[in-house]
Design a protein around this ligand. Structure first.
Ligand code: XMP
Length: 484
């Protein structure tokens, strides 16, 4: 009976295409839907979309663009620590209310050196600092016609208008306007320079009111790490809000104990994954302290060959429901990220209905202009390169080795190919948002927590699936046949 029992107890591992979202009574219009959510216990998003940490999906350009739109990009780790830190710093520098790593100059330096610094960093002003204290400011106007051999202290502006650390954006705007200045150094109670506010950064903030930001007003920034690379995690910790422990099978004793140590060594919020079962979720929440989010789903990704190679996996929807129930039963409120297999806004709506707080997408974002993959023309159409992080070529890059193949695993579990070019991520996100809001309108759910509470699902038979998409019509540009 032991083995027959196994068969009898086999669960149905549902996937995206098995289910349909049932209509429910709506008391609002789709445009009123609120898509705000959380990605970790401490950080919120304005749209529930995250891009995968993959080397054909997320580098700085994608991370900046997505954060500006209200989502999040997780910088991949298939590179050296230095390269990953550089990408993260670019996100950090993209916009901030108060810049923290301010480039400064000393009063005894030459004007020539100041000009060189301004040119090298493409900046138009430098706070002048002596023994950490702010003693002046040098602007483009001060040095434009000055003799390059003069000392900074001879040409700098001495009576600097400063701001305390507690300043708000509105106050900063008022001061910048009142004094007709473009830069406002931030000092502590001892006169030590601790930051800089610039007019340019305030303008950029206003251009992206929906952006996902941290408490400092910087674009939210996340990076992936191996659970065994605590050194990398510590190096990144200075610059990121969120670290994502990035392994194919997190429910593994070594991975879990190393992650425990990693979390103790960093101050960023740590998301862990991927997991796919109720038991894994229980183990994570009961055995590892201070986990800030869970990434779930194994084998559903469009470039995954894990299932083909191993017959193992936990499709994203199945995994999401398992993990969501575990958290609910243990009374833990923690963001769940449904990762892999998403092809449309409808898929996103179903993942959220089954307990996800946000979704992670690789394929969809790989096709955008902001992804790092190469753009090619094939047969008169544009495509971008997309590869699994366990594909042969990604594995060949040294740093991929520890995600899917802690040396014992000597087999590729991913494929590589091309995805249709989709243009700017902003237009892709706009379409996904509109589709998701429409789906939530049908379901009668105005917010993500309402989807958890009220959304109802139904099974679709394979024949029903044929009916629930365009049919009996010739679609130009498709296969050239009349669809059944
Ligand atoms: P989509 O469907 O959006 O999925 O392309 C992206 C997710 O797939 C996972 N991933 C992999 N899974 N082999 C796998 O089995 C791989 O080589 C691989 N690379 C990425 C990952 O979770 C990602 O977010």
């Amino acid at each position: 009976m032991r083995f027959r029992g196994k068969l009898e107890k086999a669960q149905v591992a549902i996937t995206f295409r098995d289910l349909i979202l049932l209509p429910g009574k709506a008391y609002f219009e789709p445009r009123e839907v609120d898509l705000r959510t959380k990605v970790t216990i401490n950080y919120g998003l304005n749209i529930p979309f995250i891009s995968s940490p993959m080397d054909t999906v997320t580098e700085s350009e994608m991370a900046i663009a997505l954060a500006r739109l209200g989502g999040l990009g997780v910088i991949h780790r298939n590179c050296s620590v230095e390269e990953q830190i550089e990408m993260v710093k670019r996100v950090r520098r993209a916009e901030s209310f108060i810049i923290r790593d301010v480039i400064t100059i000393s009063p005894d330096d030459s004007v020539e050196h100041a000009l060189e610094l301004m040119h090298r960093h493409s900046i138009s002003g430098l706070p002048v600092v002596e023994n950490e204290k702010l003693v002046g400011i040098l602007t483009g106007r001060d040095v434009r016609f000055a003799n390059p051999l003069l000392k900074v202290k001879e040409v700098m502006t001495k009576n600097v208008i400063t701001a305390p650390q507690s300043i708000t954006i509105e106050e900063a705007k008022r001061i910048l306007h009142e004094h007709r200045i473009e830069k406002l150094p931030v000092v502590d109670e001892n006169g030590k320079l601790v930051g800089l506010i610039t007019f340019k950064d305030i303008l950029a903030r206003e251009k992206f009111p929906n952006a996902a930001r941290n408490e400092e007003g910087q674009l939210l920034c996340a990076a992936a790490v191996s659970p065994f690379d605590i050194k990398r995690a510590k190096a990144l910790d200075k610059y990121v809000d969120i670290l994502v422990v990035d392994v194919a099978h997190f429910h593994n004793e070594n991975v879990m104990s190393s992650t425990k140590q990693l979390i103790e060594n960093v101050s960023a919020d740590v998301i862990v994954g991927n997991i796919g079962t109720y038991e894994a979720a229980v183990d994570v929440i009961t055995k590892i302290e201070n986990v800030a989010g869970l990434r779930v789903g194994i084998g559903s990704g469009s470039i995954c060959s894990t299932y083909e190679v191993t017959k193992a996996g936990s499709p994203t929807l199945f995994a999401t429901a398992q993990v969501a129930d575990a958290l609910e039963e243990y009374g833990v409120r923690m963001p769940i990220i449904a990762d892999g297999g998403i092809r449309s806004s409808g898929d996103i709506a179903i993942a959220l209905s089954l307990g996800a707080w946000a979704v992670m997408m690789g394929n969809i974002f790989a096709g955008c202009r902001e992804s790092p993959g190469t753009l090619v023309a094939i047969g008169g159409r544009y495509y971008k390169q997309y590869r699994g992080m366990a594909s042969p070529s990604a594995r060949a890059r040294r740093f991929a080795i520890d995600r899917y193949a802690v040396p014992a695993k000597e087999i590729a579990e991913g494929v590589e190919g091309w995805v249709p070019y989709r243009g700017d991520v902003a237009s892709v996100v706009k379409e996904l948002v509109a589709g998701l809001k429409a789906a939530m309108g049908y379901a009668g759910c105005k917010s993500i927590p309402e989807l958890w509470e009220k959304a109802k699902l139904a099974w679709l038979t394979p024949t029903g699936m044929e009916e629930m998409k365009p049919h009996s019509i010739y679609l130009p540009g498709e296969t050239g046949r009349i669809t059944p």
